[in-house]
Design a protein around this ligand. Structure first.
Ligand SMILES: *Cc1c(COP(=O)(O)O)cnc(C)c1O
Length: 297
Protein backbone atom coordinates (compact mmCIF):
# COMPACT_ATOMS: atom_id res chain seq x y z
CA UNK A 1 0.00 0.00 0.00
CA UNK A 2 1.32 3.39 -1.04
CA UNK A 3 1.15 6.37 1.26
CA UNK A 4 -1.72 8.71 0.48
CA UNK A 5 -1.04 12.39 1.02
CA UNK A 6 -4.74 13.08 1.51
CA UNK A 7 -4.48 11.31 4.89
CA UNK A 8 -2.42 14.20 6.23
CA UNK A 9 -4.30 16.97 7.99
CA UNK A 10 -3.69 20.16 9.89
CA UNK A 11 -5.10 20.03 13.40
CA UNK A 12 -5.62 22.88 15.79
CA UNK A 13 -4.43 22.06 19.26
CA UNK A 14 -6.06 24.19 21.95
CA UNK A 15 -4.02 22.35 24.60
CA UNK A 16 -0.90 24.08 23.30
CA UNK A 17 -2.09 27.54 22.43
CA UNK A 18 -2.86 30.60 24.47
CA UNK A 19 -4.46 33.94 23.71
CA UNK A 20 -1.18 35.24 22.29
CA UNK A 21 -0.29 32.39 20.00
CA UNK A 22 -2.10 29.93 17.74
CA UNK A 23 -0.65 26.46 17.29
CA UNK A 24 -1.48 24.04 14.48
CA UNK A 25 -0.06 20.56 14.07
CA UNK A 26 0.73 19.10 10.66
CA UNK A 27 -0.12 15.42 11.15
CA UNK A 28 2.41 13.66 8.92
CA UNK A 29 1.98 10.71 11.28
CA UNK A 30 -1.37 10.01 9.57
CA UNK A 31 0.29 9.41 6.19
CA UNK A 32 0.81 5.66 6.52
CA UNK A 33 0.97 3.22 9.41
CA UNK A 34 4.58 2.24 8.68
CA UNK A 35 6.17 4.71 6.26
CA UNK A 36 6.16 7.38 8.86
CA UNK A 37 5.71 11.00 7.95
CA UNK A 38 8.96 12.72 7.27
CA UNK A 39 10.75 9.54 6.19
CA UNK A 40 8.52 9.16 3.15
CA UNK A 41 9.29 12.71 2.03
CA UNK A 42 13.01 12.23 2.63
CA UNK A 43 13.07 8.97 0.64
CA UNK A 44 11.19 10.17 -2.45
CA UNK A 45 14.04 11.80 -4.34
CA UNK A 46 16.45 8.98 -3.56
CA UNK A 47 13.96 6.48 -4.95
CA UNK A 48 13.51 8.56 -8.13
CA UNK A 49 17.28 8.74 -8.47
CA UNK A 50 17.67 5.00 -7.90
CA UNK A 51 15.11 4.31 -10.61
CA UNK A 52 16.78 6.72 -13.02
CA UNK A 53 20.08 4.92 -12.43
CA UNK A 54 18.49 1.49 -13.00
CA UNK A 55 19.36 0.26 -9.52
CA UNK A 56 17.36 -2.67 -8.20
CA UNK A 57 18.16 -2.51 -4.51
CA UNK A 58 18.00 0.20 -1.84
CA UNK A 59 20.57 -0.20 0.92
CA UNK A 60 20.53 1.79 4.11
CA UNK A 61 21.57 1.86 7.77
CA UNK A 62 19.81 2.00 11.13
CA UNK A 63 19.25 0.64 14.61
CA UNK A 64 16.83 -2.05 15.76
CA UNK A 65 14.03 0.48 16.35
CA UNK A 66 14.76 2.75 13.43
CA UNK A 67 11.82 4.50 11.76
CA UNK A 68 14.06 4.97 8.74
CA UNK A 69 14.80 1.24 8.35
CA UNK A 70 11.20 0.15 8.33
CA UNK A 71 10.13 3.12 6.18
CA UNK A 72 12.81 2.25 3.61
CA UNK A 73 11.74 -1.40 3.62
CA UNK A 74 8.10 -0.46 3.09
CA UNK A 75 8.84 2.19 0.47
CA UNK A 76 11.09 -0.21 -1.45
CA UNK A 77 8.38 -2.88 -1.43
CA UNK A 78 5.75 -0.36 -2.57
CA UNK A 79 7.94 0.88 -5.43
CA UNK A 80 9.30 -2.39 -6.77
CA UNK A 81 12.78 -2.35 -5.24
CA UNK A 82 14.64 -4.93 -3.20
CA UNK A 83 16.08 -3.63 0.06
CA UNK A 84 19.02 -4.28 2.34
CA UNK A 85 19.29 -2.99 5.91
CA UNK A 86 22.63 -2.72 7.69
CA UNK A 87 21.70 -2.90 11.36
CA UNK A 88 23.80 -1.65 14.27
CA UNK A 89 24.88 -4.32 16.77
CA UNK A 90 24.85 -8.09 17.13
CA UNK A 91 22.03 -10.06 15.61
CA UNK A 92 19.52 -10.36 18.46
CA UNK A 93 18.01 -13.68 19.51
CA UNK A 94 14.62 -12.08 19.31
CA UNK A 95 14.05 -9.45 16.63
CA UNK A 96 12.44 -6.15 17.57
CA UNK A 97 8.97 -5.53 16.08
CA UNK A 98 10.64 -2.99 13.77
CA UNK A 99 13.08 -5.54 12.38
CA UNK A 100 10.35 -8.18 12.02
CA UNK A 101 8.28 -5.73 10.05
CA UNK A 102 11.21 -4.68 7.86
CA UNK A 103 11.93 -8.36 7.15
CA UNK A 104 8.26 -8.92 6.34
CA UNK A 105 8.59 -6.21 3.68
CA UNK A 106 11.40 -8.27 2.21
CA UNK A 107 14.33 -6.30 3.58
CA UNK A 108 17.48 -8.41 3.95
CA UNK A 109 19.07 -7.60 7.29
CA UNK A 110 22.79 -7.64 8.01
CA UNK A 111 24.08 -7.04 11.51
CA UNK A 112 27.39 -5.28 12.04
CA UNK A 113 29.30 -4.39 15.18
CA UNK A 114 29.30 -0.82 16.41
CA UNK A 115 32.62 0.08 14.94
CA UNK A 116 31.76 -1.20 11.48
CA UNK A 117 28.45 0.61 11.83
CA UNK A 118 30.09 3.85 12.78
CA UNK A 119 32.20 3.66 9.63
CA UNK A 120 29.12 2.74 7.59
CA UNK A 121 30.89 -0.30 6.20
CA UNK A 122 28.83 -2.61 4.05
CA UNK A 123 29.68 -6.19 5.07
CA UNK A 124 31.18 -7.96 2.02
CA UNK A 125 28.68 -10.84 2.13
CA UNK A 126 25.98 -8.36 1.07
CA UNK A 127 27.55 -8.65 -2.38
CA UNK A 128 26.94 -12.41 -2.38
CA UNK A 129 23.29 -11.48 -2.43
CA UNK A 130 23.24 -8.53 -4.85
CA UNK A 131 25.83 -7.20 -7.25
CA UNK A 132 27.45 -4.02 -6.01
CA UNK A 133 26.45 -2.00 -9.07
CA UNK A 134 22.77 -2.76 -8.50
CA UNK A 135 22.82 -1.17 -5.08
CA UNK A 136 21.61 2.35 -4.36
CA UNK A 137 22.96 3.53 -1.04
CA UNK A 138 20.94 5.85 1.19
CA UNK A 139 22.66 7.34 4.22
CA UNK A 140 21.42 6.74 7.76
CA UNK A 141 18.21 8.67 8.36
CA UNK A 142 18.03 9.70 4.70
CA UNK A 143 20.61 12.39 5.40
CA UNK A 144 21.64 14.55 2.47
CA UNK A 145 20.67 17.02 -0.22
CA UNK A 146 18.10 14.78 -1.93
CA UNK A 147 16.52 14.03 1.42
CA UNK A 148 16.20 17.75 2.10
CA UNK A 149 14.74 18.41 -1.37
CA UNK A 150 12.11 15.76 -0.68
CA UNK A 151 11.39 17.17 2.76
CA UNK A 152 10.90 20.63 1.25
CA UNK A 153 7.63 19.30 -0.19
CA UNK A 154 6.20 18.98 3.32
CA UNK A 155 5.36 22.68 3.36
CA UNK A 156 3.27 22.35 0.20
CA UNK A 157 0.69 20.64 2.41
CA UNK A 158 -0.18 23.90 4.14
CA UNK A 159 -1.13 27.24 2.69
CA UNK A 160 -1.33 29.27 5.86
CA UNK A 161 1.10 31.97 6.71
CA UNK A 162 2.84 30.61 9.75
CA UNK A 163 5.39 32.77 11.50
CA UNK A 164 7.21 29.82 13.08
CA UNK A 165 7.59 26.21 11.97
CA UNK A 166 8.96 23.84 14.55
CA UNK A 167 10.24 20.30 14.09
CA UNK A 168 12.19 17.55 15.85
CA UNK A 169 15.75 17.20 14.58
CA UNK A 170 17.80 14.04 14.19
CA UNK A 171 20.08 14.30 11.16
CA UNK A 172 18.66 17.76 10.35
CA UNK A 173 17.58 16.75 6.85
CA UNK A 174 13.92 17.56 7.50
CA UNK A 175 14.81 20.93 9.03
CA UNK A 176 16.97 21.68 5.98
CA UNK A 177 14.02 20.85 3.71
CA UNK A 178 11.72 23.15 5.68
CA UNK A 179 14.30 25.92 5.41
CA UNK A 180 14.50 25.44 1.66
CA UNK A 181 10.74 25.82 1.34
CA UNK A 182 10.24 28.58 3.92
CA UNK A 183 9.23 32.11 2.96
CA UNK A 184 11.86 34.72 3.90
CA UNK A 185 10.00 35.93 7.01
CA UNK A 186 9.31 32.46 8.42
CA UNK A 187 11.41 31.06 11.22
CA UNK A 188 12.32 27.40 11.42
CA UNK A 189 12.96 26.06 14.91
CA UNK A 190 14.61 22.67 15.35
CA UNK A 191 14.43 20.72 18.59
CA UNK A 192 17.53 18.54 18.71
CA UNK A 193 16.83 15.12 20.19
CA UNK A 194 20.51 14.49 20.88
CA UNK A 195 22.68 15.84 23.63
CA UNK A 196 25.04 18.64 22.57
CA UNK A 197 24.96 17.70 18.91
CA UNK A 198 26.60 20.92 17.86
CA UNK A 199 27.63 19.50 14.50
CA UNK A 200 24.02 19.88 13.44
CA UNK A 201 24.21 23.55 12.61
CA UNK A 202 26.94 23.23 9.96
CA UNK A 203 25.37 19.98 8.73
CA UNK A 204 22.04 21.68 8.05
CA UNK A 205 23.73 24.78 6.67
CA UNK A 206 25.55 22.62 4.12
CA UNK A 207 22.18 21.71 2.59
CA UNK A 208 20.74 25.23 2.20
CA UNK A 209 21.68 28.58 0.66
CA UNK A 210 23.55 31.16 2.65
CA UNK A 211 20.59 33.57 2.98
CA UNK A 212 18.37 30.85 4.51
CA UNK A 213 20.73 30.17 7.38
CA UNK A 214 19.63 33.05 9.60
CA UNK A 215 16.04 31.73 9.57
CA UNK A 216 17.10 28.66 11.53
CA UNK A 217 17.25 28.32 15.31
CA UNK A 218 18.33 25.05 16.89
CA UNK A 219 17.44 24.40 20.52
CA UNK A 220 19.53 21.90 22.44
CA UNK A 221 17.74 21.87 25.81
CA UNK A 222 15.08 19.23 25.18
CA UNK A 223 17.06 16.01 24.74
CA UNK A 224 16.04 14.44 28.11
CA UNK A 225 19.47 12.88 28.52
CA UNK A 226 20.30 12.19 24.88
CA UNK A 227 19.21 10.26 21.83
CA UNK A 228 16.45 7.75 22.68
CA UNK A 229 16.81 8.61 26.37
CA UNK A 230 13.75 9.45 28.41
CA UNK A 231 12.59 10.52 31.84
CA UNK A 232 9.36 9.85 33.73
CA UNK A 233 8.51 13.52 33.18
CA UNK A 234 8.63 13.02 29.42
CA UNK A 235 6.49 9.86 29.54
CA UNK A 236 3.96 11.59 31.81
CA UNK A 237 3.82 14.52 29.40
CA UNK A 238 3.23 12.21 26.40
CA UNK A 239 0.32 10.54 28.19
CA UNK A 240 -1.13 13.89 29.25
CA UNK A 241 -0.73 15.23 25.71
CA UNK A 242 -2.55 12.22 24.31
CA UNK A 243 -5.37 12.59 26.83
CA UNK A 244 -5.92 16.20 25.81
CA UNK A 245 -5.39 15.89 22.07
CA UNK A 246 -5.64 12.18 21.07
CA UNK A 247 -2.32 12.74 19.26
CA UNK A 248 0.18 9.91 19.82
CA UNK A 249 3.85 10.84 20.11
CA UNK A 250 7.06 8.85 20.52
CA UNK A 251 9.70 9.29 23.18
CA UNK A 252 12.60 9.60 20.70
CA UNK A 253 11.36 12.53 18.61
CA UNK A 254 7.90 14.02 18.80
CA UNK A 255 7.37 13.61 22.56
CA UNK A 256 10.40 15.87 23.06
CA UNK A 257 9.15 18.21 20.34
CA UNK A 258 5.71 18.77 21.85
CA UNK A 259 7.18 19.07 25.32
CA UNK A 260 9.43 21.81 23.95
CA UNK A 261 6.50 23.61 22.30
CA UNK A 262 4.56 23.62 25.56
CA UNK A 263 7.58 24.85 27.47
CA UNK A 264 8.40 27.58 24.94
CA UNK A 265 4.80 28.82 25.09
CA UNK A 266 4.97 28.95 28.87
CA UNK A 267 8.20 30.90 28.63
CA UNK A 268 6.64 33.34 26.14
CA UNK A 269 9.26 32.46 23.56
CA UNK A 270 6.96 33.36 20.67
CA UNK A 271 6.12 37.05 20.15
CA UNK A 272 2.42 38.00 20.55
CA UNK A 273 0.37 37.14 17.49
CA UNK A 274 2.67 34.33 16.36
CA UNK A 275 1.17 31.54 14.30
CA UNK A 276 3.06 28.37 14.98
CA UNK A 277 3.04 25.18 12.90
CA UNK A 278 4.36 22.05 14.62
CA UNK A 279 5.46 19.25 12.30
CA UNK A 280 4.34 15.91 13.70
CA UNK A 281 6.96 13.90 11.85
CA UNK A 282 5.35 10.51 12.58
CA UNK A 283 7.55 7.61 13.58
CA UNK A 284 6.29 5.69 16.55
CA UNK A 285 8.73 2.75 16.21
CA UNK A 286 10.74 3.72 19.28
CA UNK A 287 7.71 3.26 21.52
CA UNK A 288 7.79 -0.45 20.71
CA UNK A 289 10.82 -0.78 22.97
CA UNK A 290 8.82 0.41 26.00
CA UNK A 291 7.28 -2.07 28.38
CA UNK A 292 3.55 -2.55 28.09
CA UNK A 293 1.44 -0.05 29.99
CA UNK A 294 4.05 2.73 29.95
CA UNK A 295 1.93 4.70 27.51
CA UNK A 296 -1.83 4.91 27.50
CA UNK A 297 -2.02 4.71 23.69
C1 LIG B 1 13.76 10.39 11.73
C2 LIG B 1 12.80 11.23 12.47
C3 LIG B 1 13.07 12.59 12.74
C4 LIG B 1 14.38 13.25 12.41
O1 LIG B 1 14.42 13.71 11.09
P1 LIG B 1 15.79 14.29 10.52
O2 LIG B 1 15.44 14.65 9.13
O3 LIG B 1 16.80 13.17 10.57
O4 LIG B 1 16.23 15.43 11.34
C5 LIG B 1 12.10 13.31 13.39
N1 LIG B 1 10.93 12.74 13.77
C6 LIG B 1 10.65 11.45 13.53
C7 LIG B 1 9.37 10.90 14.00
C8 LIG B 1 11.57 10.65 12.87
O5 LIG B 1 11.29 9.37 12.66
Amino acid sequence: MKPDLSNIKVQQVPFLQNFRTTVDVLRLDLLHPVISGNKWFKLNRYIDDARAKNKTTLLTFGGAYSNHIVATAAAAAAQGFQSVGIIRGEEPQKYSPTLLQAAAYGMKLFFVNREAYRNKQVPPHVYDLVAEDEIYRIEEGGFGEKGAEGAAEILQLTHENYSHIITAVGTGTTAAGLLKAAAPEQKIIGISVMKNNLALQPQIESMVNQEKRQQLTLLHDYHFGGYAKKTSELIAFMNQFYEHTTIPTDFVYTGKLFFAVKDLLQKKYFPDGSRVLVIHSGGLQGNRSLSKGTLIF
